[in-house]
Design a protein around this ligand. Sequence first.
Ligand code: DC
Length: 426
Amino acid sequence: MSEVDKLARLEALLFVAGDPLSYEDMARFLGVEVAEAEGLIEQLKRRYQRDPMSGLIVRQIDGAASLATKPSCADTLEAFYGKVRDLKLTDAAYETLAVIAYNAPATRAEIEAVRGVNSDSVVSRLIERGLVREVGTLETPGRPALLDVTEQFLMDFGLSSTRELPPVDLMMYDTITEFTQERQSAAHLAPAPRPLVVAIDGPSGSGKSTIARLLSEHLGILSLDTGAMYRALGVKAMRLGISPSDQERVRAMLSETSMDIDLTDRVQKTIVDGSDYTPYIRTPEASRAASDISALPITREYCVRIQREIGKKQALILDGRDIGTYVFPDAPVKFFVTASEEVRAKRRLADLERAGDSSTLEDVMREMQIRDRQDSERQLAPTKRADDAILIDTSDMSVREVVDVMIDVIRQREQIQPLWSQGRHG
Ligand code: DC
């Protein structure tokens, strides 16, 4: 059977199936391997995306896929069917759904602990509407039911997995984590699932930060630009007239420095001593100071502690130089992105031009070579590809293409082993 033939049959299969069909079933009906079925789905998905004359899309939901209609056609379909589903939910229902979606499987007691009110009747209504279901019971006295959101919930909210949910509010996460830990120590269960960490390392201008931002939007998890932290400390040292290479003076400075990372709305603000340093950290002087100050062990200790704290609390994409080798050596997904020196210098130059800087390509290239050498030759945590990091050369790739490759890798890894596995990052 030719590839074209397989694609046509797959489309027909999804059309008659209606409900999501697992990749295993697709493979069985088409007589191909599961990996090939997944590849065919990707092709079909892209074909619909490219074709403005098609009213269909492929919707992927945890190991399965179905045909669905394009959101832009909704009003026409509503006119045909009447309003297909009334999606209006009460605030209590939304809140309860959020607690379940972020913490699945969750018990009624957990939901009550987070919301502060008994939620049994809301849960019952959500079960009736097919948005929540019982997926098992907890082996503790009373054997409480474990609840999870349904495929219907994912479809209604346009998600392919609960991991696409927007980042959770930290306060809520803390409450849930504490509660889960108490429950587990009472029941002698395994420790809480560890949050997913995606490590993206590489030299300057390799596109790490832009890639991390886009990936963050796609996966619905926060991203942390660790370079910004070293840059902010470099800027503070410059302002105080401290040489960023002066270990003793930097040590004294750090003992009186507070740093907060604000990731609200996925836009990073690097706050030092209560002031947002973000507008001042992208100049050539700040780059130089960051490279110098980041070579000091005391600075690395300071920043890495904050990075690990944030990564322990929630799923996180971190971009930097040493994330996969030093900060989170057991991160389940690691990438090392690079590009030719010329491409990297041109990207940096474009950033600087946008910021109104008048550096030339030669200036940028020279600066970059010095910084790259310094960052990769320093003793502690130099820029280095971890043995298990996937190398991506972005010289001839668009950001979108790089992100697509990364998403594919993450999805493939998830199929082999759930990425939210047992144990915690140390
Ligand atoms: O990625 P960037 O250009 O914004 O990084 C600024 C500097 O900080 C760079 O010279 C290397 C250093 N850095 C580091 O040492 N470790 C990190 N995890 C991130 C950046």
